[in-house]
Design a binder for this molecule. Sequence first.
Ligand code: ZN
Ligand code: FE
Length: 256
Amino acid sequence: MSKFNINQFICRSDNYGVIISDKNTGLTASIDAPDAEMIDQELKKNDLKLTHIFITHKHLDHIEGIDYLKDKYGCIVIGPEKEKEEIPLLDITVIDEEYIDFSGSPIKIIETPGHTLGHIIYHFEQDNLLFAGDTLFLMGCGRVFEGTHEQMYKSLEKIKKLPPNTTIYCGHEYSIANAKFVASILPDNSNIKKRLDEIKSLRDQNKQTLPTLLDDELITNPFLMSDNSVLKRKLDMNNAKEEEIFSELRTRKDNF
Ligand code: ZN
Ligand code: FE
């Protein structure tokens, strides 16, 4: 049994809010601050006081609620050193491979440049949890706005190396669009077909599709499957390097 309660909700149309709290100590963190009002509502509903905010990157849909929440709760705001000029009210900035402690749980910071250059993700090592922001999505990955495709490829390689039983929380509910794209590339893959059906049925009932398990991503997320021979063949890139496969996929998804 995990010592944490995790409460996930959709806000701002397709952003995910996530609140993680220690059942015993009451320490409570929000992953990013997409929507102050919704986060506050969820805190109240569960009788929680916000003690921390963990910011993944500087985009407005991840930081807009900081001002309000910090003012109301006086919480500690942690975020990437490389984006400190663009994120308001940071108390602590962190860099690659640095560890921070949350309620006795070691969290490893992993820099994942690509979506933005300073993007970080939070790996709760003991608890097998990853908060991936806009770097990885269910059957997808973030758009490469600032970095190069090669940088994003390397960032995803870091996620691939985490334990397969890692539970992954992401910044957005993009699963349907992602799964449709993946099914268009690998229409004969039964794992992908099955997952597309599951996602459709969940979204039809207005249910959340996240979190996801790394183990499932490794066999259904093509952005983590650049070494897959069927994928290479489907792209007509049998002899291409893995980062070239990734880049081709990212370009196709951008135009899908
Ligand atoms: Zn973003
Ligand atoms: Fe976002």
